[in-house]
Write a protein that binds this ligand. Structure first.
Ligand SMILES: Cc1cc2nc3c(=O)[nH]c(=O)nc-3n(C[C@H](O)[C@H](O)[C@H](O)COP(=O)(O)O)c2cc1C
Length: 168
């Protein structure tokens, strides 16, 4: 292994990508009532009691003000059947919700149907960190279903494989 002390952006991203994650679409509602959503794998759980989660959004996002103004967000954890949703919400198509099934949750924020889980959150802290804004949210309601979760690792979509773990 070759230790690096200078950071080439692409190479650093590649190194970070070796950490596998799930895939979420974080939704909110803009002040003009337009529905907004962004594919994000920066989601993480932080605290069980109180229930707090986090995610981060790049500062260049045209939707940053929607998340700031609303003060709420919904984390939709994608199931394996929702790869097309992931691609759609990672793109710049003008109406990302076109053809996507959703219900309205607390304060009219969209909950995508067919997800493995959804977490309805109230933003409790917004931190300016480098080239991203980090949002911490208190979970006010959640649901989950027995769906196989979509995974993402090394720049590719993936699915879980059962492995025989040896006892320690
Ligand atoms: C699997 C995956 C994970 C992503 N995770 C994030 C993330 O955590 N934060 C982020 O700002 N962008 C993330 N992106 C990129 C955004 O989805 C993409 O830039 C999208 O265009 C943002 O939508 P917007 O332009 O409407 O803001 C991710 C993309 C993919 C495919």
């Amino acid at each position: 292994m070759n230790t690096k002390h200078t950071f080439d952006r692409l190479d650093f991203r590649k190194a970070l990508g070796s950490f596998g994650t799930g895939v979420t679409i974080v939704t909110t509602k803009a002040s003009d009532h337009r529905l907004v959503g962004v594919t994000a794998n920066s989601f993480s759980s932080v605290s069980l009691e109180p229930a707090i989660v986090l995610w981060s959004l790049q500062k260049t996002s045209p939707n940053l003000s929607a998340y700031d103004d609303c003060g709420r967000f919904v984390v939709n954890v994608l199931s394996l059947s929702q790869i097309e949703h992931s691609k759609r919400f990672a793109s710049t198509v003008p109406d990302k919700f076109n053809g996507v099934d959703y219900a309205l949750g607390i304060e009219g924020l969209p909950l995508l149907k067919g997800c493995a889980a959804t977490f309805e959150c109230r933003t409790i802290q917004r931190l300016d960190v480098g080239d991203h804004i980090l949002y911490l949210g208190e979970v006010e309601a959640y649901q989950h279903q027995d769906q196989t979760a979509l995974l993402y690792v090394q720049g590719r979509y993936a699915q879980s494989a059962s492995a025989e773990l040896q006892p320690a």
